[in-house]
Ligand binder design. Structure first.
Ligand code: UDX
Length: 437
């Protein structure tokens, strides 16, 4: 059991802090945003993440989890400091490390004994070294410290489960002393024999980017295949299924769609390509995946226009605004590009999302017409496009959809609607790689 402070209470920090407390550690989560800390102290979660509130409540009750806006004091009272602050995309796609560097300075100024400073935020290779230099420069005593990289692999929507029962845990450490501390922090996972990869800091930093970039490549690959399948009259689902039966490939992350979005893949692929450029190494495959992803958003618009070539004055219902289901996160959501494209082509767009509609309006289009239910959104629509595979949309009643719409036109960018039923009801439909079957 360790005394831990987690700096940054965003998606990663909050889930990690509450998860580390659940492992039996004494955790204090802090943030410079006092409003957010007030909310958390009043039991209000600043994000939507299934199971998070239960996890937080359980650990507050167990007296293992606290929240504070007093970052220095939290550092003074901890053995391990986790950095989970944002690393947004900066100039040229490079990760912006302003917040990470500010945390390193604060840690240096409050180093009242040996501490392990562990990076959870996704940071480019070399950041551990940078943090070490900053702390060495700004600390004003002889206290020792170690820097560790411990990347997260949390998926939004299932982040709690991913933290508590991970596929693997990665530590990048420089010596046995820091490794021992980290093993103690994750002691509960050793007991259930979770695979642990212990390596140097640079390797740990790259593992995170390599994993995300590889998954992005997989998605872009199957997305391009879906475009070819549509052109050639093939079924991408069967292609993906057969490919996935090959153990070397695996069936996961072979679902075609409107392109990946979210807080990680778009940012991390750009940052990795940029880091490699800085080392004069060309990551052609990663760059191609990024380009293919941008094209994929356009290819959804092309499918819409293949049904309604002239969109001016047409009413288009967009179902699903979050970048994926079970989250209210709209960062880099395909819906942004696609809705803006529709509006530019003269369509009037009405949006629906069970959770993310307000976020979408706030970040992208404050004047967008959004409705509280699918049925209000599709009323009188000339075309419905599905962009997020919410369960509610998987079970959509197609006869009702037809009845509500002005014209029975559907673009199913997540391949969730039943094709036989669409055909039977006389819908004109497109999907991703199954349009001609
Ligand atoms: C991802 C990684 O999975 C996680 O390990 C990392 O720490 C953060 O980034 P997340 O962004 O929450 O997590 O979502 P994920 O479920 O991985 O999906 C990312 C995007 O890819 C979504 O837009 C999703 O719709 C898309 N996707 C995923 C596909 O289009 N097809 C697929 O087969 C899988």
């Amino acid at each position: 059991m360790k005394k831990i402070c987690v700096i940054g209470t965003g998606y990663v920090g909050l889930v990690s802090g509450a998860g580390l407390a659940d492992f039996g550690n004494e955790v204090i989560c802090c943030d410079i945003d006092a409003g957010k800390i007030d909310q958390l102290n009043n039991g209000i979660m600043p994000i939507y993440e299934p199971g998070l509130k239960e996890l937080v409540d359980r650990n507050i009750k167990g007296k293992r989890l606290k929240f504070t806006a007093d970052v220095p004091n939290a550092i003074l009272n901890s053995d391990v400091i986790f950095t989970a602050v944002g690393t947004p995309m900066g100039q040229d796609g490079e990760a912006d490390l302003t917040a990470v560097e500010a945390v390193a300075k604060t840690v240096a100024q409050n180093l009242n004994g040996y501490k392990v400073i562990c990076t959870k935020s996704t940071v480019p290779v070399g950041t551990g070294e940078r943090i070490k230099r900053i702390i060495t420069t700004f600390k004003n005593n002889g206290n020792e410290f170690d820097v560790v990289s411990n990347p997260e692999f949390l998926r939004e929507g299932s982040a709690v489960g991913d933290f508590l029962i991970p596929d693997r845990v990665v530590f990048g450490v420089e010596n046995a002393r820091a490794e021992k501390v980290m093993r103690d922090v994750y002691r509960s996972l050793f007991l259930i024999e979770t695979p642990m990869v212990v390596t140097n800091i640079a390797t740990a930093e790259l593992i995170k980017y390599a994993s995300n970039a590889f998954l992005a490549v997989k998605i872009s690959f199957i997305n391009e295949m879906s475009n070819l399948a549509d052109a050639a009259g093939a079924d991408v689902h069967v292609i993906a299924k057969a490919m996935g039966l090959d153990g070397r490939i695996s069936a996961k992350f072979l679902h075609p769609g409107p392109g990946y979005g979210g807080s990680c893949f778009p940012k991390d692929t750009q940052a990795l390509a940029k880091t490699a450029d800085n080392f004069s190494v060309n990551l052609e495959v990663v760059k191609a995946a990024i380009r293919a992803n941008a094209n994929q958003r356009e290819s959804v618009l092309a499918r819409i226009k293949s049904i309604l070539p002239d969109l001016s004055g047409k009413r288009v219902a967009v179902l699903g605004l979050a970048f994926k289901p079970n989250t209210d996160d709209v960062r880099d959501t395909p819906a942004e590009h696609i809705i803006k494209g529709l509006i530019q082509a003269g369509a009037s767009v009405v949006g629906y999302d069970p959770i993310a509609a307000e976020n979408f309006k706030r970040y992208y289009l404050p004047d967008l017409e959004v409705k509280d239910s699918v049925w209000e959104a599709v009323e009188n629509a000339d075309l419905t496009v599905i962009l997020t595979e919410w369960n509610e949309l998987r079970g959509l009643s197609l006869p009702m959809l037809k009845e509500k719409m002005k014209q029975p036109n559907v673009v199913d960018a997540r391949n969730i609607l039943n094709i036989d039923e669409l055909k039977l009801l006389g819908f004109t439909y497109r999907n991703m790689g199954r349009s001609k079957i």
